[in-house]
Ligand binder design. Structure first.
Ligand code: F0G
Length: 446
């Protein structure tokens, strides 16, 4: 049963085949470069693309837009302090800005930062400080077959990094909840505690990227031994309490279109982060967010941390996974809380990794159904060739009919999958971190 109804109508339309062909060519076969008005179902991301609730809209009407110490900030701060359990809350305009101000304050040249897997922005922010991001996913994440908590970090790999470069060059260990760069897989409470112990053992900071912390808590509650009897908010809070520092993009489990923060207890580091915030974001009581955004963010955090939201959120994603699996689409399993990841290499097994199977399949999804998806690179193992295509569901947005359309489009593509051409790169942008978004392609001949 769905426990919300729609309060605002947004018309969407599938452009004709002719328009789709022209738009894809104009976007140089890179679906990131399509204009949204030419997209029917947009599964590019769940980041800030969902609708707001009535409660969020009404709170925005009473926002305080004062420059310093606004009530909208104080209310958001109090909510985060009480729910996440940290003294200092430093607002930023989104997640990567939280990473930016934190890493500017924390990292030195040649520092190493181990993580279960760095999301693209985290990796780029670390490199921007001349430091080195190190992915330490468990080996089970390599397999596309079902297993639990494949988002975990491998403590032996972290210990090896510390051993190799020395404790003084590893200021922090990170965990992303969930592990978006590894097919959105969750991290177990046990693994979070192990990471805490490891950080304590070496007297290092433990940072949690809390983008999708409620989804992670859902998986702990449903699949981890000894957790089933616990309430979701208690699990969600405990995960975060093991960390010293939280970064969060409010655009995911904050259910807001824009927003983020860093939270921590360390007074000295908090001062250094505030200074960076004032340089790059704005005064440290708004950090790039308007009062209206902070109101919507506070209510969004509350709404996301309820079983009624999160169960429907995760179950809708699982439903899409099931519809695709029923049609024989090769998936990375298990299905995550926010996206279904198609194994593009298996779907297009006539293509090589150099043919960019995920990008080729993304182009085919758009041509066939006006559906925009996001190529997600290969799995984070040096020798992995499994390219994934992410079908990411914005929260509270699409109907089941839409999910069926997506599954039917996938089934049609699978029937003649060997007719889908690979793509070759025709233009590479200058900046490495922009490459997936800016690259130009051309279809190879079959
Ligand atoms: N960390 C994770 C795990 C993320 O998934 C993202 C964003 C960020 C940090 C950065 O947050 O976008 O607010 O600056 N992920 C989006 C996505 C873009 O599509 O998965 P941001």
């Amino acid at each position: 049963m769905r426990n919300y109804r729609f309060g605002m109508v947004e018309t969407i339309e599938c452009p004709s085949r002719d328009v789709r062909e022209r738009q894809l060519a104009a976007a140089n076969f890179n679906t990131y470069r399509l204009d949204a008005e030419h997209v029917y179902l947009d599964l590019l991301t769940d980041s800030g693309t969902g609708p707001l609730s009535k409660e969020q809209w009404s709170a925005m009407m009473t926002a305080d837009e004062s420059y310093a110490g606004s009530k909208s900030f104080r209310d958001l701060e109090t909510y985060i302090q009480e729910t996440f359990g940290f003294d200092h809350v430093i607002p930023t305009h989104q997640g990567r800005a939280a990473e930016h101000v934190l890493f500017r304050a924390l990292l030195e040249e040649n520092d190493h930062v181990p993580n279960n897997t760095h999301f693209a922005t985290t990796e780029a922010q670390i490199k921007d400080n001349d430091a080195i991001p190190v992915n330490c996913p468990i080996e089970a994440g390599r397999s596309t077959e079902h297993d639990t908590f494949k988002g975990n970090i491998d403590p032996a790999k972290v210990a090896a990094v510390i051993e190799q470069v020395g404790t003084e060059h590893v200021p922090a260990i990170m965990l992303a909840l969930t592990n978006n760069a590894l097919a959105g897989q969750p991290v177990s409470m046990d693994n979070i505690k192990t990471t805490r112990d490891l950080a304590d053992q070496h007297d290092r900071y433990f940072i949690i990227d809390a983008c999708r912390y409620v989804e992670n808590a859902y998986f702990i509650q449903h699949h981890e031994d000894g957790q089933q009897h616990r309430e979701l908010p208690a699990i969600a809070k405990e995960q975060l309490q093991h960390a010293d520092i939280i970064t969060m993009s409010g655009k995911k489990n904050g259910l807001v279109n824009m927003g983020g923060f860093v939270a921590l207890d360390d007074d000295e580091l908090a001062e250094a982060i505030k200074e960076q915030t004032m340089l790059h974001e704005g005064f440290y009581t708004y950090g790039g967010m308007s009062g209206r955004t902070m109101e919507a963010f506070r209510i969004g955090l509350q709404e996301a941390l309820t079983p009624r939201f999160i169960e429907q959120r995760v179950e809708q994603t699982q439903d899409l996974g099931q519809l695709l699996e029923d049609r024989g689409i090769p998936l990375y399993k298990p299905v995550s809380g926010h996206a279904v990841y198609i194994n593009a290499s298996a779907f297009l097994d006539h293509l090589d990794v150099d043919d960019h199977p995920a990008e080729a399949l993304a182009a085919a999804f758009y041509l066939e159904g006006g559906i925009r998806t996001s190529p997600d690179g290969t799995l984070p193992y040096d020798d992995s060739h499994d390219a994934l295509l992410r079908l990411c569901l914005p929260p509270r947005t699409y109907h089941r009919d839409h999910l069926e359309d997506i599954a039917e489009t996938a089934a049609t593509l699978l029937e003649d999958s060997n007719q889908i051409p690979g793509l070759e790169i025709t233009k590479e942008p200058d900046h490495e971190s922009l490459a997936p978004f800016q690259r130009s392609y051309h279809p190879r001949s079959l």
